[in-house]
Design a binder for this molecule. Structure first.
Ligand SMILES: Cc1cc2nc3c(=O)[nH]c(=O)nc-3n(C[C@H](O)[C@H](O)[C@H](O)COP(=O)(O)OP(=O)(O)OC[C@H]3O[C@@H](n4cnc5c(N)ncnc54)[C@H](O)[C@@H]3O)c2cc1C
Length: 308
């Protein structure tokens, strides 16, 4: 028997995928959402969300994810636990290859997200949410009037340091080279009394206090080999993100960093294939922007399915 032809298949059940699926199903399209882990994406890994509109106070990301999943499924979205390994986009019918089957769909919304690049230090994962953060916009407010370190030298690191300098007592910007990779505009913005750049340095160790929270960082100067400890209560690691787009290589255009080149309209350049959320090139990667992308992608898919 021939497998069902879905109107819309959504890859990834983070906020982008769940919103896209909700909008597609609510518009009357048969919608399958594929998720390799459990629904929620990155937001399900934090219990401290303060900036999602409509949820005042501190919200648990797992709970927010459960609400989004239930809402999408209430409109008829079918969720399947499967990893998409490859995508074929040749004709009217798109094919998503998983370990168990080949799924056919008239339109595809790609929302596989991205993961922050880690430093690879032994206690880094254990201290995540206990002083280690990969997102200043998300967590900066928790470090008001405290001393923090930002690790990295690109635009994100520089922007994080500038943002945190407005909240924190002191910000160290730690970079492994002797000049920033960040665009020139940041040099002036970083000239603030409470920002100190530490050049030629890498994090050797994240120091912990007796409560199991970050107490500081031990830095090593890559030129002299000297070490120096900084007492900080937060370490913001901004050394890049890894988009989960490998499965779409060759089928959908990617930029040099591996993000889908789709812009705000979520159009990937492949008819009937759209990209939403952290997986695409964009200036701000947040739950609210992922959800907004999901709605835009569903709208674009609806228009494609109706032949408009
Ligand atoms: C620790 C942490 C705290 C954060 N705090 C906040 C915050 O307070 N406020 C805020 O606005 N943002 C926060 N963010 C950022 C926010 O969570 C992300 O911007 C948002 O989740 C991106 O949504 P997304 O749907 O694009 O991708 P993701 O959330 O990354 O979801 C993608 C989903 O796709 C799945 N997937 C990937 N590849 C495949 C595949 N091949 N097949 C099937 N499934 C696949 C993944 O398993 C994942 O579930 C935080 C992020 C982290 C990591």
């Amino acid at each position: 028997m021939e497998e069902k032809l879905w109107d819309a298949a959504v890859v990834g059940a983070g906020p982008a995928g769940m919103t896209a699926a909700l909008y597609c199903a609510r518009a009357g399209f048969s919608t399958l959402m594929l998720e390799k882990l459990s629904p929620g994406g990155q937001m399900a890994t934090t219990n401290e969300i303060e900036n999602y509109p409509g949820f005042p106070g501190v919200t648990d990301g797992f709970e927010l994810a459960e609400r989004m999943r239930a809402q999408a499924e209430s409109f008829g979205v079918q969720t399947e636990n499967a990893e998409v390994l490859a995508l074929r986009t040749g004709g009217e019918e798109k094919v998503l290859v998983t370990k168990k089957s080949e799924i056919r769909a008239r339109s595809v919304i790609l929302a596989p997200g991205a993961a922050p690049r880690e430093l690879g230090l032994p206690n880094e994962a254990a201290l995540r949410g206990k002083g280690v953060s990969y997102c200043a916009t998300c967590d900066g407010a928790f470090y008001r009037k405290k001393t923090v370190a930002v690790i990295g030298g690109g635009d994100t690191a520089a922007a994080d340091a500038v943002f945190l300098s407005g909240l924190c007592e002191k910000v160290y910007l730690v970079h492994r080279r002797d000049k920033l990779r960040a665009s020139g505009g940041y040099t002036k913005k970083l000239q603030k009394e409470n920002v100190e750049t530490v050049w030629d340095s890498v994090v050797e160790e994240i120091l912990e206090n007796e409560k199991g929270r970050v107490a500081g960082v031990l830095l090593r100067n890559v030129k002299t080999g000297e070490t120096r400890a900084l007492a900080v209560s937060g370490v913001f690691i901004a050394v890049g993100n890894i988009p989960a787009t490998d499965f779409a290589k060759g089928a959908v255009p990617l930029d040099e960093a591996g993000y889908f080149t789709a812009g705000e309209d979520t159009e990937t350049g492949v008819p009937g294939v759209f990209a939403a959320g952290d997986c695409r090139r964009k200036p701000l990667r947040q739950i609210v922007t992922a959800a907004a992308d999901g709605a835009v992608a569903a709208y674009a898919a609806e228009r494609y399915l109706r032949g408009e």
